[in-house]
Design a protein around this ligand. Structure first.
Ligand code: MG
Length: 371
């Protein structure tokens, strides 16, 4: 197979602030593999979780070093390629893993969820994200989302550098706005929160019961992730009994081993393809988490419709989809995942169900951004 890499910009319509900083734009990488006239596409890019950091330049170097070793090999069987992918960082592996899956689905003429035997009728609403900011800014962002789609699941970022009082004022303001809309429109609305590791144990303990009393239905990653796996589990264990709502691990949960490790201490896990190294691991994680009795979220970073379209192939397994980043881009070069009201479904095309746009500024950006 022949492999290539291109850089492309992604610019957010509304910058996103979380506990660790603000993102307005990123540069991601398009991985293409071509074999026997079929092209498979994958996306990757840098991200950070507080305790681990990857940048797009280093990911590009990893992939470019591997590509010559793939010449003369076929994209299938995947098992034969696994040893070559094993030493890559998770985001580098993700880009290639997605391209290989896309090629496989295109060769067989079906989207991946059909090849996996998943029921595409099973789709629940995706959450949309409210970043940190002033109360007014956050409420304006909520209204902007509602002007774009009938969002019924709202994820509010907490862990503000301004402290717990600001976090509480954001929850109160958003909960009030949801209640007003509930009364006006008779809609069922849900408020989730994600502290992105922005609290310490005392702060988290003081917030968990309060959040439940204010109608919050789920809390994600209250404490910073820890490199030591036992200490990381102990941190969740210290909160478990104080948490009356589902406690979900995100930054702490990267792969199947993490799902198994965390299962006794959390109620759910947030799977992201850049953390897991692609769909091979993510499918195992989702299936295993469900069998362990965990709720499963599938999330994103500053990803385009290519990465989110790949993640959307897992949606029939997902209780809490959180794939909204591509809905907040000015220059997404890809299209595919379908939005019906606030329910996201995988694209209908074979493979990842995603195609590159052929017209417009975003398509031009894809052409210009070569490595
Ligand atoms: Mg999260």
């Amino acid at each position: 197979m022949h492999c290539s890499l291109r850089r492309f910009p992604l610019t957010k319509a509304v910058p996103l602030a979380i506990s660790r900083g603000t993102t307005a734009a990123v540069e991601h990488l398009l991985v293409s593999i071509e074999h026997e006239g079929i092209t498979g596409l994958g996306e990757t890019g840098g991200f950070e979780t507080g305790h681990r950091h990857y940048d797009s330049d280093a990911i590009a170097c990893e992939l470019e070093a591997l590509f010559p070793r793939l010449v003369g090999l076929a994209p299938q069987p995947l098992q034969a390629l696994a040893p070559l992918l094993a030493d890559l960082s998770p985001p580098a592996r993700c880009g290639l893993d997605l391209a290989l899956h896309d090629w496989w689905g295109k060769r067989l003429g079906l989207p991946l969820h059909q090849l996996w035997g998943l029921d595409s009728e099973l789709a629940v609403p995706t959450s949309v994200t409210l970043g940190l900011g002033s109360v007014d800014t956050v409420l304006q962002r909520l209204e902007r989302w509602w002007a774009q789609l009938p969002a019924s699941r709202i994820k509010l970022k907490l862990g503000s550098p301004e402290g717990l009082e600001h976090d509480r004022s954001l929850v109160e303001a958003v909960a009030t706005a949801l209640e007003r809309r509930r009364q006006q429109r008779g809609e069922s609305l849900e408020l989730q929160v994600d502290a992105n590791g922005g609290w310490d144990t005392a702060a988290a303990r003081s917030m968990l019961g309060w959040l439940a009393e204010h109608g919050v239905v789920l809390v994600e990653q209250p404490l910073p992730p820890l490199e030591d796996p036992d200490a990381d589990c102990a941190a969740f264990a210290a909160l478990e009994l104080d948490c009356p709502i589902p406690l979900v691990a995100d930054e702490s949960c990267w792969n199947l081993a993490d799902v198994v490790r965390l299962a006794p201490y959390v109620d759910g896990v947030n799977i992201k393809l850049l953390k897991s190294g692609g769909l091979t691991e993510a499918l195992l994680m989702a299936e295993a988490a469900r069998r362990l009795g965990l709720g499963v979220m599938v999330g994103c970073y500053s990803d385009s419709a290519l990465l989110n379209g790949a993640a959307a192939q897992l949606l029939p397994l997902i209780q809490w989809p959180d794939l909204d980043s591509h809905l907040n881009l000015l220059d997404d070069p890809f299209e595919g995942p379908r939005l019906e009201a606030d329910r996201l479904r995988a694209g209908l095309a074979p493979g990842l169900g995603v195609t590159a746009k052929t017209t417009g500024a975003a398509a031009a950006g894809l052409e210009l951004g070569s490595c």
